[in-house]
Ligand binder design. Structure first.
Ligand code: PLP
Length: 277
């Protein structure tokens, strides 16, 4: 069975799902997107992802008439056209549409891609993974725009160095987030994560914060500096495509020999959340 995508009011087989070369998303990266997955065939926290999509559009001034409810319906419809998939990744993209002067936004284009879930290697969750660091600040950090040029470049370097992600640090040495994940550390049994102002507020991040509150694990949102890496007892990253991924090494600095106790506890609780969704 072939995957079915939604483009501009039509459901099309993956092979036939094409957009014009005049699309501003392609020409100028003028567009936003959001990404989520299903658990038990239900889109996980869909409303939160759609709210973030519309907020991203607002941040870059992308005008459209889509409402959350309508988008919700379209995602469910698209999912129902892909019954052959046990679980699905859902990518919702909104671009500035076809621009024949190559710069002026036109009728916005909505794309919904439904593809199979690709999970990371189970060993990474058991043994922990590595990060490399880069001094870098994302443009419009609160928005999920189509601009991932530097992320793509950095991730290729990470791959060469056997790291899963790249930890972005600003010029004041503040740890921000990774290219497509949020960052958490544990110091003296307290979970810390950078404040939301300079990052993308991850939906998984929000769920982890809620889990910490529920299970009375001390958590604080505060600035974390690169110098503090030496003090980390544990750390992990979070994202819709990774859930909670334990990190045991940052550049050449070894945090721990295996995933930490609090990280493992939160991973278990998160598994319960998805299992019962
Ligand atoms: C820059 C950035 N930060 C964080 C995240 C994690 O967000 P979420 O947990 O909503 O997937 C993403 C997701 O792709 C991202 O692109």
């Amino acid at each position: 069975m072939e995957n079915v995508f939604y483009i501009d009011g039509k459901f099309l087989k993956e092979r036939e799902a094409k957009i014009p070369v005049y699309d501003l998303g392609l020409l100028r990266s003028y567009g936003v997107f959001d990404f989520l997955r299903t658990y038990n065939r239900k889109p996980f926290y869909l409303k939160d992802h759609l709210k973030r999509l519309l907020n991203s559009a607002k941040i870059i001034g992308l005008k459209h008439n889509y409402k959350i409810q309508e988008l919700e319906k379209l995602v469910i419809l698209a999912l129902n056209k892909n019954k052959h998939l046990k679980e699905a990744n859902i990518r919702i993209i909104l671009t500035g549409g076809d621009s024949y002067d190559f710069i002026t936004p036109a009728k916005p284009r909505l794309i919904i891609m439904i593809t199979p879930v690709k999970e990371l290697d189970e060993k990474l969750y058991e043994k922990g993974a590595k990060l490399i660091t880069k001094t870098y600040e994302r443009i419009n950090p609160n928005a999920k725009t189509l601009i991932y040029c530097d992320a793509i470049k950095f991730l290729q370097e990470a791959k060469r160095k056997k790291a899963v992600e790249v930890l972005l640090i600003d010029k004041n040495n503040e740890i921000l987030e990774c290219t497509t994940s949020n960052f958490f550390a544990v110091i003296n049994k307290q979970v810390i994560t950078p404040p939301k102002e300079k990052i993308l507020e991850g939906i998984t991040r929000k769920l982890i914060i809620n889990l910490c509150r529920k299970y009375k694990i001390p958590l604080i949102e505060r600035k974390i500096y690169k110098e503090e890496i030496k003090k980390f007892n544990e750390c992990f990253i979070t994202a819709s495509n990774k859930e909670i991924l334990p990190i045991i090494k940052i550049d050449d600095f070894k945090i721990s020999s295996k995933p930490g106790e609090i990280t493992n506890f939160l991973m278990e609780r998160f598994k319960e959340l998805t299992k019962n969704y």
